[in-house]
Design a protein around this ligand. Structure first.
Ligand code: UN1
Length: 497
């Protein structure tokens, strides 16, 4: 079954290039998951041309008809659930339960978009003039570029691709070069589901050689991106040069779980463990800050640290594994840098994270959790920058308002959780904290696809993925129809010539 020979999908044809790259299992770098073409400007040009050509017939179909292709695709996700889940675990390292949740989330997006094909696509609005009907309706934009990350290699591509195509756009999809075989498998299923040639094109390669020309291509109207803040900002800058180019970016966070003095401590410890360490801290919404009221901080910390020390780290295919490897050595280096910075900035280390390099961990990017206590410090690197790894700060605070002030002191604003038994507290947090996804008595992870997924400040540009992306891939146009035999204008405008 492995290694898989992945290819580009351009205009319904499987194509290759002269040079290739490999996708490796992060739990065992000796295992090659697949080989893929390295694409560049030439392949991008072909893929965009194919999408542009297909747009003319695809947009002329009804939303209902387009949604039927998505329904076909949903059936295939169900059929292949087990293999896809295993592939996610093998290619991005997260434990098999998380691999499966990724595919289930993808299926939910497909079901949701298949249903959306039968939902209203606009409104009828009364005109000032009785003989006129005014409509607001959604029209597709054209060619949409979808650039997706490795941490949800099946679900996130579909948050971007499926709303685009149900609305009548055509797509060029570039999967992350860390999880390209998941992208290739999706491409195979798009073909099997019957999407016409050119409607969804898939090209493989890295950001510089394939992503950059794709984003800059004059015929790409919209770029949907989920990934790092640096790349998201770069894409925003490219789009700012063109009047017509629109981008929706989702760019990570320095998320927190806020634990107030009245918190149920069992819920607090559980939420902190799940939010901090599921996916080895590699979710955009992972909590790397536990902001805890001083009144309960010692008890919380004691119980949290005890549990952290019991976390089982290993190959995600083993049922006992809670934390798989980091995605690559760069991820390990980033984790080390954050740990080092914490030491330099005066953190009190509570769990000394280690790189695991022996026995079953010998060939993977395994690390164990790093946990420290540190008072809030303005300008701190480690309390403000995203670590994207199992690296967690416990920050003691004096009450509700101080907790929110500390929470807001980063350039990000993606996800937060608040643990409290008092509805007045959670409402205050909701109204004063800067975030896109908020949770009460839950971890900061676990969003559902029919909710908008995105953030504010450095976490996004206000155009969330999943539910929200339909706004990014459609123009809302006004359409006014006169039923009288004469022209009467609004605002009392004279029609006398
Ligand atoms: C991400 O963090 O990159 O909300 C995506 C969640 C998942 C999606 C996470 N449904 O935890």
């Amino acid at each position: 079954m492995y290694p898989v020979q992945g290819k580009n999908l351009i205009n319904g044809q499987w194509t290759e290039t002269k040079s290739t790259f490999q996708s490796l299992n992060p739990a065992n770098s000796k295992e090659i998951i697949g080989t893929l073409p390295i694409s560049g400007e030439a392949e991008v040009n072909q893929a965009v041309a194919a999408a542009k050509k297909a747009f003319h017939t695809w947009r002329d179909m009804s939303w209902v008809k387009r949604a039927e292709y998505i329904d076909n695709f949903a059936q295939l996700l169900k059929r292949d659930m087990e293999q896809l889940s295993e592939l996610v675990t093998k290619e991005c390292g997260k434990p098999i339960n998380e691999g499966k949740a990724d595919v289930v989330e993808a299926l939910h997006m497909a079901q949701y978009m298949a249903g959306l094909g039968r939902m209203p696509t606009g409104f009828v609005i009364s005109s000032e003039i009785a003989a006129k009907d005014a409509f607001i309706l959604r029209k597709p934009k054209g060619v949409v570029a979808c650039i997706s990350p490795w941490n949800f290699p099946i679900a996130i591509p579909l948050w971007l691709v499926l709303p685009s195509v149900v609305a009548g756009n055509t797509v060029v999809f570039k999967p992350s070069e860390e999880t390209p075989i998941c992208g290739h498998r999706l491409a195979e299923l798009f073909v099997e589901a019957g999407f016409p040639a050119g409607v969804i094109n898939v090209i493989h390669g890295n950001g510089k050689e394939a992503g950059d020309p794709l984003v800059k291509h004059k015929d790409v109207n919209t770029v949907l991106f989920t990934g790092s803040r640096a790349v998201g900002k770069y894409i925003q800058q490219i789009a700012a040069n063109e009047m017509y180019k629109f981008v929706a970016t989702e760019m990570g966070g320095k998320n927190a779980t806020i634990i107030l003095a009245d918190a149920d401590i069992d819920i607090a410890v559980n939420a902190a463990l799940l939010g901090g360490f599921k996916t080895s801290g590699q979710r955009c919404v992972s909590s790397s800050r536990m902001i805890v009221d001083k009144k309960i901080e010692p008890e919380f910390t004691k119980r949290f640290v005890e549990k952290v020390k019991q976390i089982h780290i290993g190959d995600g295919l083993k049922p006992e594994t809670f934390m798989g490897p980091l995605i690559n050595q760069k991820g390990v280096e980033k984790w080390k840098l954050h740990n080092q910075k914490a030491r330099e900035e005066g953190a009190e280390i509570l769990v000394e994270g280690k790189e695991l390099t022996e026995g079953e961990h010998a060939n993977g990017n395994f690390v164990s959790p790093f946990v420290y206590r540190m008072p809030h410090k303005a300008g701190s690197f480690v309390l403000r920058e995203e670590a994207f790894s199992p690296h967690v700060a416990i920050i003691p605070v004096d009450g509700l308002e101080h907790a929110v002030e500390v929470y807001n002191d980063t350039d990000y604003g993606l996800a937060l959780a608040v643990i409290t038994e008092d509805y007045r507290n959670w409402r205050w947090v909701r109204d004063h904290a800067e975030f896109g996804l908020g949770y009460v008595n839950l971890p900061s992870i676990g969003a559902e696809v029919h909710l908008p997924f995105g953030g504010v400040k450095g976490s996004g540009n206000g155009h969330p993925g999943a539910e929200g992306i339909i706004d990014a891939v459609t123009h809302r146009v006004a359409w006014t129809v006169n039923h009288a035999h004469e022209i009467v204008l609004a605002q009392g405008l004279s029609t006398k010539v």
